[in-house]
Design a protein around this ligand. Sequence first.
Ligand SMILES: *Cc1c(COP(=O)(O)O)cnc(C)c1O
Length: 379
Amino acid sequence: VEKRYLFTPGPTPVPPEVLAAMAEPILHHRGADFRSVYERVLGGLKEVVCTSDDVLVFSSSGSGAMESAVLNLATPGDRVAVVSHGSFGERWIAICERHGLDVQAIRYAWGEKPNADEVGSAVRESGVDLVFCQQSDTSTGVVSDVQAIRGALGDATLVVDAVSSLGAVPLETEAWGIDVVVSGSQKALMLPPGLAFASVSERTWSRVTPRTFYFDWPATRKAQHKLDAAFTPAVSLLRGLDVAIALLLDEGLAAAFDRHLRLGRAARAGVKAMGLELFSPDDDSSAVVTAIHSPDGIDSDDLLKHLRTRHGVTLAPGQGALKGKIFRIGHIGWFDVFDIGVALSAIELSLTELGAEIERGVATAAAFEAYEQPVSTLP
Ligand SMILES: *Cc1c(COP(=O)(O)O)cnc(C)c1O
């Protein structure tokens, strides 16, 4: 079998220990063996999300947790605000509109970082008391300052989509006063797709009115408190999550954030050394995904196809209006600087084979050098 390399911002590579745990015999979800796994996982998730509040677990992709937030926090006709600066902000808008909410979209150009003061004034002027945003919009590589946005919102309830950022960049859910954080298993948490999470702050529960059976937050919370899942959970994924959380907490959240920050630096240094132009911001905030303009005359979808079919390397395409124009390297989860090296070498080789004029033989050296710099000694 030809070796394949997965460098997308979800799904992401899964460590062998996690894969092995998921291959263990199936546990019954109402038995003691499962309950001990479930208890550890529910406790570990609180550490990862940095909250003492409940983190609800669903068997679904990340969008399920997003939709659960809309269906538990708002009723048709409610006015809500969405901060959108990429494809996933547009997803919040689509979910809210599908469920009959009156959406005030606070839009930024894709690739631009939302301005917390502007968001705050827009929300306060409109009197909206429920706001949705992304921490990382994976379509662009922008990581927004959700702490500042929280601070600018006054009393409004803030729901943060941290699907691609949880475990990759700092998110002090409770300390920053973020009401709801939704996430998913297949990004920085080093698991396959299939689990979604929603942490809900104490003060938020008073406004919860579930309009969904499967994603009913109060029912889910009640069941989790008894270590008795409301529905048959994805038991094998939860066994994997148990191991993945242990790996992440063993490394330490601070060390993991440091690693992701330096992986972002490495990716940017490498692509710039090759002579390519970044689409994602050229700063340390961009630690989740690096988005790159395809060189003139080369459709990024053709480049990705070449990478995959010739070299077994999978990168992510541009979404929406960026389709064909940019390509993205995800560097979250079970990822190290050698993965960046492979991605850069493959990009370099493929672009050369496709006839682009790029600088050869310098990208990986620049990447490794950038990665070696300690976080604290650079501005
Ligand atoms: C991946 C992702 C999601 C969820 O996507 P699913 O395919 O439903 O798991 C939501 N928001 C962001 C920012 C993401 O990166």
